[in-house]
Write a protein that binds this ligand. Structure first.
Ligand code: K7E
Ligand code: CUA
Length: 660
C-alpha cells in the first residue's frame, strides 16, 4: 500500500518535473559503489584536501566546505547582513553594504572566482558577484572576510561576473538586464530596441593590495549577458561572454527570447580596449556608484562615492568586439585549460559547440563575417567552430575541465553530468544528478591547471534526497570521483542557500596563510581599548561611548550607570585575547541590531538606543570558557534629564555603586 502510494507519487513528480524543466534520472539504483564512504571519509581531527567555496544564491553569502567530506566549515557574509557575527550590523561593517540606493542589506550571489597567477588559483582572494544591485566583492582568504565591495553603474543584474583574467589583471561584470542608460531613463518599456543597452565592465585589481577600481565599460546592444570566462595562454588578451535574448524581447522572454536558432558568444579583446582607454578614445560619463573598503588596520569600512566612468563604444572604435553565433540561449561560456577551445552551453541546444581560438583569429583577419549585429561584426559560425559534441544530453548549462583533455558539462533538463573529450568531441561517460544540476566545479576546473580528482554538481532541486523539511527542501551538492575513466558519485551534501557557481582549491594554498588572531598592539581601530585599565565611559553630548574590554571571563567595565533616555550608546568592545579561536560576543537587551562577534585582538562596535529607563543586562554570546555564563553585566538607563552620575567599573563594591 505504502509502496503503491509512493510510486504513484514518484510518477506524479516525474510528470510534474517534465512539465517543469527537469526530469528524474532513471538508473539511480546503480549509482553508489561500496567504497564511496571510504573515499569521502575524513577521520575526526583530520583535514580535508580541498576548500570548496560555494555561492549562496538568494542568501547573498558564500559558504566554505571541505572536500571530500562535504563538511561545512564557514559562512562568509558578503552582500547580506549576517546576525551570526554582526556583519552589516556593527558600526565598523555597516558601510560595506552602502550603495547609490542607500543601505542594501541583501543580494543574490551567483558566481565566485579565485584570484589567479599564471592562470592558476593563487589562494589570495575570492571574488563574488551580486546579481540584484550590481556589485562585485573581494574576500580576503587569509581572514575569510569581505574586504571590498564595488558597485557598478550603467548596469542592471550583474550576472556574467566576476570572472578574472590569467593574472587577475581584471575581473569582469556584464549586465543580465539591459536598461535605458544615461540622464533620461524614464522611457517606455516598448522602446526597448531603440533605447535599452547592455554593458560589460572591466574592473582593475591592484596586484599588491587587491583593491578594485572600475577601469572601463563597453557599451553594447540591448541583449542579456549570462556568463563569461577569460582566455588563457594563446587567448590571454581575450574575454568571452555568452549572450541570450538577442531577439531583444522585453516581455514573456521564455517564448520571445527563444526565437532565434542561435544567440552569441561575444569575444572582447581587452588588451585593445585598454589601448583605446589609454589613448582617451573612450567617453567619460557622469554616473553615480559607491565603493566600500574595509581597512584591516582601522578595522573599519568606509564608503566613497564615485562619479565617472570611461565608456568604449565598439561601433565607433573598431576591432575589439565580435559576436560568434552560438546555439541557443547559451549559459556557460568556458575556456579549456589550453586556452584554444571555447565551449558554449546552450540551454535549448541539442549539441555543444566548441569554438577554436585560432579559427576565430583567422576569421577576424580574413573578415569572414556574416554581417553585423547592431554595428558589431558577426563571425561566420563555421569559421569559428572547431566542432560540435553531438547528443550530449538535454539542457547543457556549464562546462569544467579536468586537465587531462576532458570536459564535463552539466545537463539541467536531463539531470546528468556528461564527460566528453575536448579533442575528438566524443561523449565518454554520463552520470545522473539528483536533480536539476546547475553549475559544476572541479578544483581549478576553469584554470590552466585543473587538479581533477573531484567534480561537484550543484543541484537546484533535491526532491526525495533528504528528510523532508516542509515546502522547501535543501539545495545540494553531489561529489563525484573523476580520477578513473568513469565518474563515480560518492557523496550528497546539502548546501546553504542556493548554490550556483563554486570554486575549489588545494587546502594548503589557503590554510598556511590563515589569520589566527590580530595583534592587539597593531589594533588601529579609533575606539580600541588596549587594556582593562584603559576601559572607560565617555559622554559626548547625547552620545555615550563605552570603551569596554572582553577577556575570559568578564567585561571591563561590567557595571555602567549614568546613561539617559535619548542617549545613543556605542559599545566599543575590544577582545583582549591573543589566542587562536577565542572570539567573544556581545549583546545588550533590547538592541535593535544583531550581536557582534569580536575576534581576538579586535575592536567592534554595537550601537544601542535605549527606549525605556531601567537596568539592562549585557552578556557574551560566544561560549568562551567554563565561566562564559558568568561573562555578563548591567547597564542602567535613567529617565531623560535625570542626574544619575556617570559611573562604571568592574568588581565595584556596593558602597561605591549605590549613591542614589
Ligand atoms: Cu544559477 Cu550561473 Cu546565475 Cu547557472 S547561474 S545555475
Ligand atoms: Cu566571552 Cu563567552
Amino acid at each position: 500500500m505504502y509502496k503503491d502510494k509512493f510510486s504513484l507519487l514518484a510518477l506524479t513528480l516525474i510528470g510534474l518535473s517534465l512539465a517543469a524543466p527537469s526530469c528524474k534520472p532513471r538508473n539511480e539504483s546503480t549509482v553508489i559503489t561500496s567504497d564511496a564512504a571510504q573515499k569521502t571519509y575524513v577521520a575526526p581531527g583530520k583535514y580535508d584536501e580541498f576548500y570548496n567555496f560555494v555561492s549562496g544564491g538568494f542568501n547573498g553569502q558564500i559558504s566554505v566546505y571541505g572536500l571530500p567530506s562535504g563538511r561545512l566549515l564557514k559562512i562568509v557574509p558578503v552582500f547580506s547582513v549576517f546576525p551570526e557575527n554582526g556583519y552589516g550590523y556593527s558600526e565598523e561593517t555597516k558601510a560595506m553594504l552602502n550603495t547609490s540606493n542607500g543601505f542594501v542589506p541583501w543580494d543574490d550571489q551567483h558566481h565566485l572566482e579565485l584570484s589567479q597567477k599564471d592562470g592558476s588559483p593563487d589562494g589570495r582572494w575570492l571574488f563574488a558577484n551580486a546579481n540584484n544591485t550590481p556589485r562585485v566583492a573581494r574576500i580576503n582568504l587569509a581572514s575569510f572576510r569581505t574586504e571590498e565591495i564595488l558597485e557598478l553603474p550603467n548596469s542592471a543584474g550583474n550576472h556574467s561576473s566576476p570572472f578574472c583574467t590569467e593574472n587577475t589583471e581584471y575581473i569582469v561584470a556584464g549586465t543580465r538586464f539591459s536598461v535605458p542608460l544615461g540622464d533620461n531613463t524614464d522611457l517606455p518599456i516598448s522602446s526597448y530596441k531603440k533605447n535599452f543597452h547592455g554593458t560589460v565592465s572591466f574592473i582593475k585589481v591592484d596586484t599588491g593590495t587587491g583593491h578594485l577600481s572600475l577601469a572601463f565599460q563597453i557599451l553594447l546592444p540591448g541583449i542579456n549577458f549570462d556568463l563569461s570566462h577569460a582566455g588563457k595562454g594563446p587567448s590571454h588578451d581575450w574575454f568571452f561572454f555568452s549572450c541570450y535574448n538577442t531577439e531583444q524581447a522585453h516581455t514573456l522572454l521564455e517564448v520571445n527570447a527563444s526565437q532565434r536558432d542561435k544567440d552569441f558568444i561575444m569575444a572582447v579583446n581587452w588588451k585593445k580596449a585598454e589601448e583605446y582607454v589609454r589613448e582617451h578614445k573612450g567617453d567619460v560619463r557622469n554616473v553615480s556608484y559607491v565603493h566600500n573598503v574595509y581597512d584591516e588596520k582601522t578595522q573599519t569600512a568606509t564608503s566613497k562615492k564615485e562619479s565617472q566612468v570611461v565608456v568604449l563604444d565598439p561601433v565607433q572604435l573598431h576591432d575589439f568586439v565580435y559576436f560568434i553565433p552560438c546555439p541557443k540561449s547559451p549559459h556557460g561560456c568556458d575556456v579549456d585549460p589550453t586556452g584554444e577551445y571555447i565551449v558554449g552551453s546552450g540551454k535549448l541546444a541539442a549539441l555543444i559547440p566548441v569554438f577554436s581560438y585560432t579559427k576565430i583569429q583567422k576569421a577576424i583577419s580574413d573578415k569572414q563575417f556574416e554581417g553585423d549585429y547592431a554595428g558589431i561584426p558577426v563571425i561566420k559560425y563555421d569559421a569559428a567552430l572547431y566542432g560540435e559534441v553531438q547528443k550530449p544530453g538535454l539542457g547543457p548549462l556549464h562546462t569544467e575541465f579536468d586537465g587531462k583533455g576532458n570536459a564535463y558539462t552539466s545537463m539541467f533538463v536531463s539531470s546528468e553530468v556528461v564527460k566528453w573529450s575536448v579533442k575528438d568531441l566524443k561523449v565518454l561517460d554520463r552520470k545522473p544528478t539528483f536533480y536539476s544540476v546547475g553549475h559544476l566545479c572541479i578544483p581549478g576546473g576553469d584554470s590552466k591547471h585543473p587538479y581533477g580528482k573531484y567534480l561537484i554538481a550543484y543541484n537546484k532541486i533535491t526532491k526525495d534526497r533528504y528528510l523532508p523539511t516542509g515546502a522547501e527542501l535543501a539545495q545540494s551538492a553531489q561529489l563525484y570521483d573523476i580520477s578513473g575513466d568513469k565518474m563515480e558519485m560518492i557523496l550528497d551534501f546539502p548546501t546553504v542557500g542556493e548554490p550556483h557557481y563554486a570554486q575549489a582549491i588545494p587546502a594548503d594554498l589557503i590554510s598556511k596563510n590563515s589569520v589566527k588572531y590580530y595583534k592587539i598592539e597593531e589594533n588601529g581601530n579609533p575606539y580600541v581599548t588596549k587594556g582593562e585599565k584603559a576601559a572607560k565611559v565617555v559622554r559626548d553630548g547625547n552620545k555615550v561611548h563605552v570603551y569596554i574590554t572582553a577577556i575570559r571571563s568578564h567585561f571591563a567595565p561590567d557595571n555602567i550607570e549614568g546613561v539617559r533616555l535619548g542617549d545613543e550608546v556605542y559599545f566599543h568592545v575590544t577582545n583582549l585575547e591573543q589566542d587562536w579561536d577565542i572570539p567573544h560576543g556581545f549583546a545588550v537587551k533590547g538592541a535593535a541590531t544583531a550581536e557582534i562577534l569580536i575576534m581576538p585582538g579586535e575592536t567592534c562596535t554595537l550601537k544601542w538606543v535605549p527606549t525605556e529607563a531601567g537596568v539592562f543586562p549585557i552578556y557574551c554570546t560566544d561560549f568562551c570558557s567554563a565561566l562564559h555564563q558568568e561573562m555578563q553585566g548591567y547597564i542602567r538607563v535613567s529617565k531623560a534629564g535625570a542626574n544619575t552620575p556617570l559611573l562604571f567599573g568592574t568588581n565595584l563594591s556596593d558602597s561605591s555603586v549605590v549613591k542614589n
